[in-house]
Design a protein around this ligand. Structure first.
Ligand SMILES: *Cc1c(COP(=O)(O)O)cnc(C)c1O
Length: 472
């Protein structure tokens, strides 16, 4: 124990030094060959070593090569810096090391509060048992879609857990062209097949076109396919667009569809100034996926799925073998009865600590700050002769393109494809690219509480320099 105490103090210093210095270093740097070899090719050690030795290697060979998302000038994908409260409590969760499958201990009890707080933050109606923490939104989506599938077939008098999908009339599900790939993965995994996954076109603002949704549902009905599930996005990865949630709720109710909302990244955007109206209808979903490890900054992993009705997920997943049977499990049973995981980590401690540390007010400030910066970046882009804004900025993601004058379309396309890697190599800032309406685009996602307006100006300068490097 003395060994651990001493090493733990050093580890705390390493972690806080890392966080304190991260903004001064490069956002990202390539791993030199010697360290790459060490990271990937170490032989299995026959004997062990003292804990403090390991820390030296962490300091010298691991901490210098982060992905970049702790840095205030990291604008890639949707990856936030870690919340201080999350960093603080992660080792404590490991020290307790419970399985939050179930039982009667602090880990499972605190998860009730963490889940309810997330629901309350985004204004989703909550009943105890109506949700659980997951590894991320991908798993949250699997849990939600499996629940919807189970219910849809039960309504037809079938138990999918017994018969599978064999002999069933095809079930159709609807997602927008801008939906996250995790929906497709979940559909494939659950045997629904992509043949009946309908991609609903989007409007000019990259929101689901509800007229097209209606048309696709009608076509399926005529063809004898049963529509059963629609997923809206509250914050797409490409542009941060929020689908017309209320209109989709009306259509879902009319056709008896399960209504799922992917708010993995953007559900918290409801807390931004004047955003509430845009999110109207979020509270009408049957299920909502949201990721505390995105905008909220809870260290990875922390996802969450919320259900309007707690019973559905338990019907779809509950399986209690005799060696687990606990007759004192209470009315709600175990968390493991509501999803795929059996042994479950103590994610709730990081989620609870992050929300408790910031408070609702602090979270509102974080969302406002990052959303306001995104609007500022959009204004900078629009005011520039060589940048073009590609989508309205409604959350904290800005989709744009570099378009130096006198370049033809093909060269603009090639340039924008090459820019992200070139910017990343330079190490001063980090952004990633995407495809929008079939053309290469740049996107910046702002999640860091310490990002400033100067960082945004630097981002545009770096893109120009990187573009000249690529062209030369
Ligand atoms: C990140 C993300 C997902 C996938 O969630 P994971 O936590 O990576 O599993 C799904 N949808 C959106 C909009 C996301 O941003």
């Amino acid at each position: 124990m003395h060994d651990l105490r001493k090493a733990a103090r050093s580890a705390a210093d390493l972690a806080t030094d890392h966080l304190a210095c991260v903004a001064e270093g490069p956002v990202w740097r390539p791993v030199p060959e010697a360290d790459r070899t060490w990271l990937t090719r170490q032989p299995l050690p026959a004997g062990g070593r003292p804990l403090t030795d390991l820390l030296d290697e962490v300091r010298d060979r691991i901490l210098p090569y982060p992905m970049g998302n702790g840095h205030p000038r990291f604008f890639g994908w949707v990856n936030s810096p870690p919340s201080p409260a999350g960093v603080l409590t992660a080792p404590l969760a490991a020290a307790m090391n419970p399985s939050c499958a179930g039982g009667d201990h602090a880990g499972v009890l605190l998860e009730r509060t963490a889940v309810r707080w997330l629901a309350e933050l985004v204004g989703f109606p909550h009943r105890t048992g109506g949700g659980l923490l997951t590894s991320g939104a991908s798993m949250a989506t699997v849990v939600a879609l499996a629940t919807a599938r189970h219910q849809a077939l039960r309504d037809q008098g079938h138990d999918v857990r017994e018969t599978g999908l064999y002999g069933q009339r095809p079930l159709a599900l609807y997602v927008s062209a801008e939906a996250h790939s995790c929906l497709r993965k979940a559909a494939e995994l659950l045997g629904l097949g992509t043949r009946h996954l309908r991609t609903v076109p989007v409007d000019a603002a990259f929101r689901m076109d509800t007229g097209e949704l209606r048309r696709l549902i009608a076509a399926d009905r005529r063809a004898g396919v049963r529509p059963f599930f629609v997923a809206a996005s509250a914050g797409t990865v490409n542009t941060g667009a929020v689908d017309p949630l209320d209109d989709i709720a009306v259509i879902a109710a009319e056709h008896g569809l399960w209504y799922h909302i992917d708010g993995a990244y953007g559900a918290l955007g409801i807390l931004a100034q004047d955003a509430a109206l845009r999110y109207a209808g979020l509270e009408r979903a049957n299920s909502l996926a949201l990721d505390p490890h995105k905008w909220l900054g809870v260290p990875v992993d922390a996802g969450c799925v919320l259900f309007r009705e707690p019973a559905g997920a338990r019907d779809a997943f509950s399986l209690v073998p005799p060696y687990l049977r606990d007759d004192d499990a209470g009315e709600l049973g175990w968390f493991s009865e509501y999803g795929t995981e059996q042994t479950r980590p103590f994610r709730a401690l990081r989620v609870w600590a992050t929300i408790a540390h910031l408070g609702r007010d602090g979270i509102v400030r974080l969302v406002q700050h990052t959303s306001a910066l995104a609007r500022t970046l959009a204004e900078l882009v629009e005011a520039s002769y060589d940048f073009e804004l590609l989508a309205p900025t409604v959350t904290s993601i800005v989709a744009f393109r570099h378009r130096p004058p006198n370049l033809d379309t093909d060269r603009v396309e090639a340039l924008n494809k090459a820019i992200p890697a070139a910017v990343q190599r330079r190490g001063r800032t980090f952004l990633t690219g995407t495809q929008l309406s079939g053309a290469a685009a740049l996107r910046a996602c702002i999640l860091h509480p310490d990002t400033t307006e100067d960082d945004l100006a630097l981002l545009l300068r770096e893109i120009r320099v990187a573009a000249r490097e690529v062209t030369a």
